[in-house]
Design a protein around this ligand. Sequence first.
Ligand SMILES: *Cc1c(COP(=O)(O)O)cnc(C)c1O
Length: 402
Amino acid sequence: MLISDLLYHLKQKMKKKTRFIQNSCDDKRVNNQLLNTINPPLFHASTVLFDSCEDLLKANAGEYKGAVYGTDRLPLQVMVEEAINELESGAITRVFPSGISAIQHSLLAFVDSGQHVLMVENAYSPTKRFSDRVMPRFGIEVEYVPGDIGAEIEERIRPETAVIFLESPGSNTFEIQDIRAIAEIAREKGILTVIDNTWATPLFLQPLSLGLDISIQSVTKYLSGHSDVLMGSVTANEACSARLTDYYRDLEIFAGQEECYKALRGIKTLALRLKQHQASALELATWLEKQPQVEQVLHPALPSHPQHKLWQRDFSGASGLFAMIPGDQYSERQLANFVNALQLFGIGYSWGGYKSLVTLGRYDRSSTNSLNGKYVLRFNIGLEDVGDLQNDIAQALDYLEK
Ligand SMILES: *Cc1c(COP(=O)(O)O)cnc(C)c1O
């Protein structure tokens, strides 16, 4: 009897309950048709089946090639990791459930108890909260350096310094670091360098090509681009790839299939979206700088930005997030009136999506900074018509005087 005949007879004898289960996972086909779609299928899986016991034994020994379990980087995850890896020009990339998770694990993967981290003070505030509250529990000290630091970082390096953590431009305040100078010093001293590259995206800054070791994205922002995904990525160069691979596997971190799918779809239109975000934001920043109610606009592509020359040297573009410092004469009440009067800007955290957003906070940096303590209005410029956005800001500025 042929095997196919045997299977046929077995199937006929099966209870409906059994047949139903058999049919639902017949091969990789659906109703006996192999679908050839443009977009990849989602695999929702905890268990991954082996073809044979021999394969299972290989998996037991850690010698099986491919995913052995649902936490083991299923195909869509591998696809999104490969896409980001190519964008960042890295050796390997791993994705995480959020940007902050990617940041936390990049620190935990590469710093040991008793070691020391130098971090820019303009880092994303949850990055600092983690550094201040969690890292000390593992015997790791995080010390802050100014957001516009360059070669002078050398004076802050200790024998136990393991990592230098950068974010350029920095969250909310947009200071830029001299990446090349810091990378060179760190290389000499065998210190690992990490950068949160979310603002520029790999399209406008290539940190690994400038000599840094690790680049992080909050994929939540421009890469996915639609405010409906939380994901982070860590891209490492060759020297750091083994440690990251092992750490990631040991912790069995993974990203959900739907999130990977949405991120991958977002990446396909990243270049097109960024072009528009860049053009609209620069136009609005240039216009805002001339408004009498505005003390200063913080945007690296404006010649008035203190590190504009560094931006020109290292970046190939600017994204759609910038801030403005209103005149000192306005009270918090008046600034809130301005924010509430904006019709096209949502009031909310996060950025990088198609909808324009605004936040209000305080400039909170070292006491030597003349902007310290001032109010900061941060704009995420979305994909709306730029003329409409300008009209909206113009009418809301009138509310500052009310
Ligand atoms: C939003 C953000 C993060 C964190 O990303 P999540 O995905 O929201 O956790 C990290 N760094 C910067 C600069 C960010 O703006």
